[in-house]
Design a protein around this ligand. Sequence first.
Ligand SMILES: C[S@@+](CC[C@H](N)C(=O)[O-])C[C@H]1O[C@@H](n2cnc3c(N)ncnc32)[C@H](O)[C@@H]1O
Length: 216
Amino acid sequence: MPKSDSGRLPKNWPPNVSYLTAPSYSQALSAAHLSSLRTRPKDTQDIPPNTPSGPCPLVKITPITSPSHPAHGQYGLFACKDLKPGSFILPYLGEIHGPPSCSSDAASPSCVTSSDAADPHAASDYDLSLDRELQLAIDAQRKGNEARFINDYRGVADRPNAEFKEVWDPRRRERGMAVWVLGEGRSGKGRGGVKKGDEILVSYGRGFWGARKTDG
Ligand SMILES: C[S@@+](CC[C@H](N)C(=O)[O-])C[C@H]1O[C@@H](n2cnc3c(N)ncnc32)[C@H](O)[C@@H]1O
């Protein structure tokens, strides 16, 4: 049984994944990575102070039973109530890690190149970039929270209704990623927030799918 700090697990939480209520850190994170992680970037929104640590009351993990859904047989994340455009949903928790097998210097040339053997995160479908320059990312494959169940909108809806955005956590004084309802945008077209019962869908970006294309 996976353990969580609060002892409570969201419904449908998989037994082989640890449930996190706070970030986890790779032991290989360098001093430079930790320092960057704890430096507030400009123009980053705060995680709302009332964000619960533990199961998020706004969402539920739900098995995808519709055969026409491209993630049929897997899980998705659905809204338990109407969510306003631009509103915060939940943090994206997982193991914060740097580039593969990196030693104590973030810019170290001794970092080995990426391969599945050297990089435990290379094959993960749950690895979300936090800082491209420093190659910091958050991998929720083995440990995470409900946000790891968010599917891509392609083949499900015309457009995403949510997005992953960097945040500042004032309690931990640390950078992170979180899920937000898409804002109304300039035109306001088609961005009416998320309705109760809707699947929460983001765009993983073309890079995610490009990297998974097979030749055959
Ligand atoms: C971060 S996981 C999302 C949660 C996943 N459905 C689960 O139950 O664990 C990413 C994986 O979900 C599936 N997925 C998400 N969005 C999809 C889409 N639009 N079409 C096909 N598969 C999708 C793919 O298998 C992808 O590698």
